[in-house]
Structures are given as structure tokens and as C-alpha cells.
Design a protein around this ligand. Structure first.
Ligand SMILES: Cc1ncc(C[n+]2csc(CCOP(=O)(O)OP(=O)(O)O)c2C)c(N)n1
Length: 541
């Protein structure tokens, strides 16, 4: 088989059923291998950023690695924001790409798509980078990329092969793919120490991060056992359904944090507690003396030195939480206080209603989107408010850009979510600024019938930037006011369904219809420039 075929077969051995991408000379053999493989669906993007974001969305929605293929050099650079975002949100993505002809590798002669140091560029943003020089090793090297992508703190990996190597034919054997992620042994002494802290605590807050996505049952059981509150910010939303008595929005979590005496972080960097809440005073290395005691359960041992807890349990979230539950069963705990949690939920629920018009739109969309539907947030005024104001009921269904804050990721990522979970409703909410970053993917959506419903909150501005500039720079607004195309005509010209509305009441029936139609749809919501309440007090405050 050709080197390209070997790469595709090795990916297939790892369960790949879809490859997102955009073809070009160096990766022709790989695309031809996809063409001839009935088990793999090719989903085409109109820009390499789209391919990367779609792979990210697919992985986020399914829990399985998202695979994409783009040309090296500029194609790979175009996908860079998606790769660093996948790294930031710990989502497994595997990039299959090319390289210059092998005789030109590292020569700097200026061969097609040559970068000064492609390997170095990739290493600076993703977890694992590999080059296949001997195609007979393809199976092992592609397996290693998948193993890296799913093991420890999941993240992106890439494998490349030179143009000529990918095109030539070799005797290659493709073995079985990796069978699951590597997991560390749980340190039971650390778990005993953690349970000791639990036994002495009365007001416990559990912070579920993206690393707890697979540990819903365990985190819920822990919260129920302790009568403790569980909160989350972005990646861990829905680990415990937000209508559960123990589960709170981050706005309610903020109120409870005031007198929390023990924080249990599960698969979380604890960004809210120590980089945002209370002040801009950051706690970089460790929690402050005299504050809540801190237990961290995290699969990444480096996390325990980056931000030192009182007790660190290096473990997969499922195994670590399960071990802690068992040990608490032996050591005991104080009763929890569900009324205290309910009171915080009620107060926060009332307080956040001041964020208008975002909250009225969010309430209505929550009402319309099915409980298991995906909500793809974005860096816009409604997106920020959704961090605390849009209850989530299942893990993975709040799709987020995480700490990278990658404007424009939302729409193409939502397409990947829908490809991964075609059975579910997928709602992308986005600003007019962010939408135009990925707008060409409307063509991909229509051509491949990917039924994402996109709601553009159109305030003809980069509202956040505009507000910051007005507040911090004597009202000087620069580069933040936009003149936009007619989004409805634009979307229609691509063949998508499109509507324009101007209130939650007029949005409701249109959104219902669009979700029901299950076709690519764009709803342009007219918002007066500068009219939104700043959502920041419930994120930083
Ligand atoms: C890749 C990237 N570029 C720039 C920014 C800076 N940025 C953050 S929010 C924002 C404005 C977003 O505007 P829009 O999408 O229209 O949403 P709005 O805030 O107006 O609702 C910008 C430019 C960013 N976060 N990411």
C-alpha cells in the first residue's frame, strides 16, 4: 500500500470513521486512500481552520479522537488556532499531514509549503508530534499518536509523512489500534489524606472541570454523599445536571465559595477560584494561607506542582473519585446542607437576571433546545452570559473554547459536533464578529447537509472590545465597530435557511422551526449596538 494508505488504515484501526479535511498535493495519496475506504467518511471544509475546528467539535461531542488532514505549511498554520484550542480544552484530536519531498527535508530550499521548522511550530502548540520516515512503522507511530491524544490529559497529536514517501508503495502491516487510554495507579495514601480533610470539613465545594467529563456518576455520588455543592465553569458543565439539588451554576458557586472550607477540584485547573473570583489578585502557585483547604484529583502529575493543593491525588477522575468515595465511607463526614445550596441557587438565579437582554434570550433558548442538545458557546455577549446563565444537563453538551478564548471557533466547531452526533440538536450561538471568521463553512454545511442551527447576535460590533475601549481609554473606540453584510441574504446565497428577528419572543418560533427542520440554518438577531449589560461581574467578580 502507499504511505498515505498506511496512515489512513492505521487511523481506521483506531476507530476512525470520519476524517475532516481539505486536500492538496502532499496529501493526495491520503485522500485517495479515504476515497477507496468505504468505512471512512470524508467531511470537507473550505478553510483549514474549519477542518481543525470540526475535528475538535467531533471529539468534544463523541469523546473519540477527531481526525483531520490538511496540507503542511500554510494549511497547518491555518489550522493552528483549532489545534491550540483543542490543547486548551484537553480534547483528543489527531492531525494527519504531509511534508516536503524527503530529499528536501530540512534543506530550506523553499519547496512547496515548506516551513522553517514545521516540527518546532507544532511542538510549541500541541502535545505530540511525529514524523514517519519509514512507512513500515506507520501502524506503531499512528497508534502512538492516538495513545497520546487520549491518555493522561487528552490533547492534540500530529503525524506527518513526506510527499514522496506518502505516494510510494511499500509492504506495510497494519496491526490493531490502541485499546484505551493509559491510566495511573491511584495512590491510596493520598486518598486517605484527602478523606481526612473531608472528615474535618463542613462546607464543601466540588469543582468539576473538563477532566471530569467521564466521571458524572462518581461526582454526583460524591456530592450526594457529602451533601456538597458541585459547580463548574465551562468544560465541566453538566457533569452533574444543573437541576440536581447539589449542582450549581458558577454564579451560585461564587456565593457558596465565600465560606467554603474545603474545595475538591476534579479534573479542573481551579481557574474560577484562584484566577478569577474575588479579585484580580491571582494565586499562581498555591491557594492562600487561611483559605479553604484544597484537594485535587487530576490525571496530570504536573498539575500538582503548577498549583499545589493540600492533598493531590494523581488519578483518572473516575478512579480517583471512586477511591475517595470508598475511603470517605470508612472515615466518615459531616452532614451537608442542601438548604444552603438551594438558597445560593435561588439568589444567583435572581441576580443574574440583570444581564439583559442576554438572559432573556438564554432562558428562551434553554426552553427550546432539547435537554440533550449541544450548545456551542462563543466569545460574544450572549456566550459569556451562558457561562453562568444557561443550565446544562449532560456532560460534553456545553461546547467551549476554554481558556484560549478563540474568537470564531464556534460555528465550524458546531459542524463537527453535528457530524459526530447527528441524532442531537446542535445550536451555535455567535456574535457577528465571530461568525464572519468561519462563515465560509456555510458552504460545507449546505453541501454536506450538516444541520447546525446558528443564532447570530448581531450588534454590528466587537462589543466586548468596544465596551473595554470606552471604559478604559476615554471613549476612544478603534477597530471595534463593524459594517456587516446582510446575514440573511448571505446565508440564503449559500443555500441555508435564514431568518431575521429582533426579540426573544420573535426568536422562539423560528428557533423551534429551525431545530425541527434539522437543516443548516442561520438566524440573525438584531441587537442595538452597545445595549448589552456587561456579563463580567458574574465571571470575574
Ligand atoms: C482569535 C481571537 N481574536 C480576537 C479576540 C479578541 N476578542 C475577544 S471578544 C471579541 C469581540 C467579539 O465580537 P462578536 O463576535 O461580534 O461578539 P459580541 O461581543 O459583539 O457579542 C474580540 C475581537 C479573540 N478572543 N480571539
Amino acid at each position: 500500500m502507499t504511505g498515505g494508505e498506511a496512515m489512513v488504515r492505521a487511523a481506521a484501526a483506531n476507530g476512525t470513521d470520519t476524517i475532516f479535511g481539505l486536500p492538496g498535493a502532499q496529501i493526495y495519496p491520503l485522500f485517495d486512500a479515504i476515497y477507496t475506504d468505504p468505512g471512512i467518511r470524508e467531511v470537507i471544509s473550505r478553510h483549514e481552520q474549519g477542518a481543525g475546528y470540526m475535528a475538535l467539535g467531533y471529539a468534544q461531542a463523541t469523546g473519540r479522537p477527531g481526525v483531520f488532514s490538511v496540507v503542511p505549511g500554510p494549511g497547518l498554520l491555518n489550522a493552528g488556532a483549532a489545534l491550540c484550542t483543542a490543547d486548551g480544552v484537553n480534547v483528543p484530536v489527531v492531525c494527519l499531514t504531509g511534508q516536503v519531498m524527503s530529499e528536501f527535508l530540512g534543506k530550506g530550499r523553499g519547496h512547496l509549503h515548506e516551513l522553517r521548522n514545521q516540527d518546532g511550530y507544532l511542538r510549541s502548540i500541541i502535545k505530540h508530534v511525529d514524523h514517519i520516515s519509514d512507512p513500515t512503522n506507520t501502524s506503531a507511530q499512528v497508534n502512538e499518536a492516538f495513545r497520546q491524544a487520549i491518555s493522561g490529559r487528552p490533547g492534540p497529536a500530529s503525524v506527518d509523512m513526506c510527499w514522496d514517501t506518502m505516494a510510494k508503495t511499500y509492504d506495510v502491516e497494519i496491526g490493531p489500534g490502541v485499546d484505551g487510554a493509559d491510566k495511573p495507579e491511584v495512590d491510596l495514601d493520598a486518598v486517605k489524606d484527602a478523606a481526612k480533610l473531608v472528615a474535618g470539613a463542613k462546607k464543601i465545594l466540588i469543582m468539576a472541570g473538563g477532566g471530569a467529563r467521564e466521571a458524572s456518576a462518581e461526582v454526583r455520588e460524591l456530592a450526594e454523599m457529602l451533601g456538597a455543592a458541585v459547580t463548574s465553569f465551562r468544560g465541566g458543565r453538566g457533569v452533574v445536571a444543573e437541576d440536581h439539588a447539589c449542582s450549581t451554576s458558577s454564579a451560585a458557586g461564587r456565593l457558596l465559595w465565600e465560606d467554603t472550607d474545603l474545595l475538591i477540584g476534579i479534573g479542573s485547573r481551579l481557574e474560577l477560584q484562584y484566577m478569577r473570583w474575588g479579585s484580580w489578585e491571582h494565586y499562581v502557585d498555591r491557594p492562600p494561607e487561611g483559605g479553604a483547604k484544597v484537594i485535587r484529583i487530576d490525571i496530570d502529575p504536573d498539575e500538582m506542582t503548577r498549583f499545589r493543593p493540600d492533598v493531590g491525588v494523581v488519578a483518572d477522575a473516575v478512579d480517583g473519585t471512586r477511591a475517595l468515595l470508598e475511603e470517605i465511607g470508612r472515615q466518615g463526614h459531616h452532614p451537608g446542607d442542601l438548604e444552603r445550596i438551594a438558597a445560593a441557587k435561588a439568589t444567583a438565579g435572581k441576580n443574574i437576571r440583570e444581564i439583559q437582554p442576554q438572559m432573556d434570550y438564554l432562558d428562551m433558548m434553554r426552553d427550546v433546545l432539547p435537554r440533550d442538545g449541544f450548545f456551542v458557546e462563543e466569545l460574544c455577549q450572549v456566550g459569556f452570559a451562558s457561562n453562568f446563565g444557561f443550565p446544562i444537563y449532560e456532560p460534553r453538551t456545553y461546547v467551549t473554547t476554554g481558556y484560549q478564548g478563540t474568537l470564531g471557533y464556534g460555528f465550524p466547531t458546531a459542524l463537527g459536533v453535528k457530524v459526530g452526533r447527528p441524532d442531537r440538536a446542535v445550536l451555535s450561538i455567535i456574535g457577528d464578529g465571530g461568525f464572519l471568521f468561519g462563515m465560509p463553512e456555510l458552504a460545507s454545511a449546505v453541501q454536506q447537509d450538516i444541520g447546525v442551527v446558528t443564532v447570530i447576535f448581531n450588534n454590528n460590533s466587537y462589543a466586548n472590545v468596544r465596551r473595554d475601549q470606552q471604559r478604559l481609554y476615554d471613549g476612544h473606540v478603534i477597530g471595534a465597530e463593524l459594517e456587516n453584510p446582510d446575514m440573511v441574504k448571505l446565508a440564503e446565497s449559500f443555500g441555508a435557511d435564514a431568518w431575521r428577528v429582533d426579540s426573544p419572543a420573535t426568536l422562539r418560533p423560528v428557533l423551534e422551526k429551525a431545530i425541527d427542520n434539522n437543516r443548516p440554518a442561520v438566524i440573525d438577531v438584531t441587537i442595538e449596538r452597545g445595549s448589552e449589560t456587561s456579563p463580567w461581574k458574574y465571571i470575574v467578580g
